[in-house]
Design a protein. Structure first.
Length: 276
């Protein structure tokens, strides 16, 4: 039994609304019996549990909300309680929505608003790590302890950066549900491990960089040799140097860079291009 169901079973019924049994049987005129079915009194397994509650409407008239199909009285009370909570707080949590279904819905909605590489990273985290762990859990039942237990099991198999990326994807998805008033709070907000600190990098000295270039030219002499030389001589990052176009190369001005590499006119090469 889920936590909300246990709470509904032990707490008093909601102050508003009524709980009753109903069925789908019809009379000779094809009208539904509903709660008036004569079989309900004789057969406790017949029909299902339902609730009805009056809700305010914009025109000031009485508006009755009815929901049927609940297997037990406790389930009907839980659903009624969630509906009334949504009316009072504005948070409408679907008690039947699975976490996996929500994550796939969130991914589909974000595809048109994210950069392709960002969306691909989210998609990989959802498919490889989050769906196998949380797909079957109802979204309203997902708790911080579930997320923490999953992280500990993953850390025994994978590195911290991978677990952190998957966890931060889950946190972003659940935060979107909070903003949309589909969850009252984000269970992953304080459950995700801290972002791993990158190891301190040791920079090559000029002599080490020159030795690398000589070795590469002597023993490999491939197409990447010139690329390495540009990166070492300018300090450009991999993505920036791969984004270079010929229009960004200014040999006479000893200047590299432009809009195509994302850093306009910022890479000045002492002594000229190819001086290394």
């Amino acid at each position: 039994m889920s936590l909300p169901t246990r709470l509904a079973a032990t707490a008093s019924p909601p102050a508003r609304g009524r709980i009753y049994r109903a069925c789908g049987c019809r009379d000779n005129r094809r009208r539904l019996y509903g709660p008036r079915c004569p079989v309900l009194a004789a057969d406790p397994e017949h029909g299902s549990w339902a609730f009805a509650v009056d809700l305010p409407s914009p025109d000031g008239k009485r508006s009755t909300c009815r929901r049927t199909g609940h297997p037990t009285r406790e389930a009907a009370e839980e659903a009624l309680g969630l509906l009334l909570t949504g009316e009072n707080t504005g948070v409408y949590a679907d008690p039947h929505l699975r976490t996996g279904d929500y994550l796939e819905e969130w991914l589909a909605a974000r595809r048109t608003t994210l950069q392709p590489t960002t969306w691909a990273g989210y998609h990989d985290s959802v498919q490889r790590f989050l769906l196998p762990a949380f797909a079957g859990i109802r979204l309203v039942n997902l708790r911080s302890r579930h997320i923490q237990e999953w992280q500990q099991s993953q850390l025994a198999l994978r590195g911290r950066p991978t677990v952190y990326r998957a966890g931060s994807t889950l946190r972003a998805a659940l935060q979107a549900a909070v903003r949309a008033r589909r969850l009252p709070y984000n269970p992953a907000l304080h459950a995700i491990i801290k972002r791993p600190t990158a190891a301190e990098r040791t920079c090559w000295s000029p002599a080490q960089a020159a030795a690398f270039l000589r070795h590469n030219h002597t023993f490999h002499a491939d197409q990447l040799a010139d690329l390495f030389e540009v990166m070492l001589g300018t300090g450009m990052r991999r993505g920036e140097v791969l984004g270079l176009h010929w229009a960004d190369v200014h040999l006479m001005d000893r200047n590299l860079g432009g809009p195509s590499c994302g850093t306009p006119w910022s890479w000045v090469v002492p002594g000229g291009v190819g001086c290394c």
